[in-house]
Design a protein around this ligand. Structure first.
Ligand SMILES: O=P(O)(O)OC[C@H]1O[C@H](OP(=O)(O)OP(=O)(O)O)[C@H](O)[C@@H]1O
Ligand code: HPA
Ligand SMILES: [Mg+2]
Length: 183
C-alpha cells in the first residue's frame, strides 16, 4: 500500500507538502533569529507533531536538542475530551531551560493549555509554542502562540502527522477527508 491509496480518501487538499515545507522554513528562520543567543530545547507532542518536528528542526541552522511528551486527550474520535493525562513525560529537566513546544495543531486549545501550565510549573527560563496549524474558530481557551504556520477553518484535517483514528498520518499533504471515510 502506498500514499496514493490514502490520498484518494481526501476531499480537498488544504496545504501541499511543498507549501508546508516553505512555511516551516520561514518559521525556522524566525526561530533562529529569536534564539540566536540562547540554547533552546524543542519539545514535541507525540504523535501528531512528528513530521513538524522532523522538518522544523532540520530547517534550523544550529544543532538543537529535542525531547518528547505524549499525552492522551482525543482517544479515537474527532473531539477533544478535555481530560489530559501524561502517557510519556519528558526525559529532560526543563528548569531554567528555554523551551519551545512543537505541535501539529491547536484545535480547542485544551491539550496545549494543559501542557503549557504543566511545563510552566517546572520553572523553565522561557516557554513558547510553535504550531503548524491553528483553528481560531474552534478555540475553547485562548493560547498565546508565538509561531503559527497556518490559521485554518474549523474542519477536521488529516495528513502530515495528523490522524483520523490513527490513519492518514503518513499523507504528505494536509487535507479534509471525504464523507465516505466517516460512514
Ligand atoms: O487543541 P486540542 O483540541 O486539544 O487538539 C490538539 C491536539 O489533538 C491532537 O493530538 P491527539 O491528542 O489526538 O493525539 P495525537 O497527537 O497522537 O494524534 C493534536 O496532535 C494536538 O496535540
Ligand atoms: O483537525 C484535526 N485533525 C486531526 N487531529 C486533530 N486533533 C485536533 N484537531 C485535529
Ligand atoms: Mg497531538
Amino acid at each position: 500500500m502506498d500514499a496514493s491509496d490514502i490520498s484518494g480518501d481526501l476531499d480537498h487538499v488544504l496545504y501541499t507538502e511543498q507549501q508546508i515545507h516553505d512555511r516551516l522554513d520561514a518559521l525556522a528562520a524566525q526561530i533562529a533569529v529569536d534564539y540566536e543567543d540562547k540554547d533552546v530545547l524543542l519539545v514535541g507532542v507525540l504523535k501528531g507533531a512528528i513530521m513538524v518536528m522532523a522538518d522544523l528542526m532540520r530547517a534550523l541552522p544550529s544543532s538543537v536538542p529535542m525531547d518528547w511528551m505524549a499525552v492522551s486527550s482525543y482517544g479515537s474520535g474527532t473531539k477533544s475530551s478535555g481530560v489530559v493525562r501524561i502517557l510519556k513525560d519528558l526525559d529532560t529537566d526543563i528548569h531554567d531551560r528555554h523551551v519551545l513546544i512543537v505541535e501539529d495543531i491547536i484545535d480547542s486549545g485544551l491539550t496545549l493549555n494543559w501542557i503549557r501550565s504543566n511545563l510552566l510549573s517546572r520553572g523553565p527560563a522561557s516557554l513558547e509554542i510553535c504550531t503548524l496549524l491553528r483553528k481560531p474558530d474552534a478555540a475553547k481557551v485562548a493560547i498565546e502562540c508565538k509561531y503559527v504556520g497556518f490559521d485554518i477553518p474549523n474542519e477536521f484535517v488529516v495528513g502530515y502527522g495528523l490522524d483520523y483514528d490513527e490513519r492518514y498520518r503518513n499523507l504528505r499533504d494536509i487535507g479534509t477527508l471525504a464523507p465516505h471515510v466517516y460512514s
